[in-house]
Design a protein around this ligand. Structure first.
Ligand code: GTP
Ligand code: MG
Length: 250
């Protein structure tokens, strides 16, 4: 079976959202003639997320489930999903409707028809917005975005979990995913040439609990160190220099 796109949905205890998310993603892809695979990557949820996905699989044969038992975490889950995707073009989207699924065809069109390697749903470009976020979340996210821009300055929202890539950019890379910022890991280490940000309106989750923990700040700082090391000491990539050139010269 040929798939145009693999949509990866990472889950941990998303019983209130998963069914609606799968149905919504499928309806949007069908309406735009995109033959999609939906890949749920679950970190051994203890609610009924896994049961709900298994039930849905009877009606959605293109729905797959990976149940992880080791190395839990959002970025490691997304990486496992990307490696196991059946399509070359891959879309990552949170399960809690913070990311607008109706934008998926826009990401797909830009990757497929405009030759970009990576498309990022950005809260921090013109037209992008965050709705209903507690002030602390806003401060932490903006701080991380600023720090990320010291390394990858031409991208404003490298921490967005709503992104799509052409998997060819991962060939020959050695990623070490941790924390919540998988897109930043790809920007720091993979072989991208053309990256585009499109504005999104990010809404706080309505159902279910946040999985964000204080450790995420520690993970982010280690990730910055890892990207710096990969580029400047191990010299396995020159993405930081390329990103600065793009930022300074357009
Ligand atoms: N597989 C897996 N998925 C996770 C993990 N942590 C979070 N997720 C999923 O990743 C997505 C984003 O997690 P959220 O808890 O919504 O994180 P957030 O959007 O930064 O925070 P809130 O929206 O405020 O809850 C959701 O689909 C979660 O179910 C994890 O450890 N493993
Ligand atoms: Mg969320």
């Amino acid at each position: 079976m040929h798939y145009d796109l693999t949509v990866i949905i990472p889950t941990f205890n998303e019983e209130e959202n998963i069914e609606k998310m799968v149905v919504t993603v499928d309806a949007i892809c069908k309406a735009h003639d995109i033959t999609e695979e939906i890949l749920v990557v679950d970190d051994s949820s203890c609610d009924s997320t896994i049961t709900n996905v298994k039930k849905l699989m009877a009606d959605y044969p293109f729905l797959r489930l990976i149940i992880r038992t080791r190395n839990p975490g959002l970025s490691p889950s997304l990486y496992e999903g990307i490696i196991n995707a059946k399509a070359d073009l891959v879309q990552c989207i949170d399960c809690d409707f913070s990311h607008p699924p109706e934008k998926i065809p826009v990401f797909y069109h830009i990757l497929k028809n405009e030759g970009y390697d990576m498309v990022i749903g950005s809260r921090y470009v013109k037209g992008g917005e965050v709705i209903n976020w507690p002030i602390l979340r806003m401060v932490l996210s903006s701080g991380a975005a600023l720090l990320s821009r010291l390394l990858i300055p031409h991208v404003k929202d490298s921490g967005s979990g709503f992104f799509a890539i052409n998997r060819h950019i991962l060939a020959g890379t050695l990623l070490s995913p941790r924390g919540f910022r998988m897109g930043f890991e790809i920007l720091g280490k993979a072989h991208w040439t053309r990256v585009r940000e499109i504005p999104i309106v990010f809404k706080d989750r309505e159902f279910g609990q946040s999985k964000l923990k204080g450790r995420i700040i520690y993970d982010f700082l280690i990730q910055c160190g890892s990207i710096l090391h990969y580029n400047l000491i191990a010299r396995k990539s020159n993405n930081i220099i390329r990103a600065w050139k793009l930022f300074l010269h357009g």
